[in-house]
Write a protein that binds this ligand. Structure first.
Ligand SMILES: [Zn+2]
Length: 62
């Protein structure tokens, strides 16, 4: 995907960085677009749904 993301608040171009996030009391690290100015992390609904499904399957598969 070559499309660029811009933070609506700051007008800064988002940078993809390894970002830690928490879900279901577990920590995950993913490459997510993040605003270098305000630090807001943007997760597309597609990514969120895809990842969360993976995570849930992973946890249930134990
Ligand atoms: Zn920002």
């Amino acid at each position: 995907m070559a499309n660029k993301w811009i933070c609506r608040k700051c007008g800064e171009e988002l940078q993809t960085k390894k970002t830690l996030f928490e879900y279901l009391e577990h920590n995950f690290s993913e490459d997510l677009p993040r605003c270098p100015k305000c630090g807001k992390v943007f997760i597309s609904s597609e990514l969120a749904l895809g990842r969360m499904t993976d995570v849930e399957e992973m946890l249930e598969g134990k």
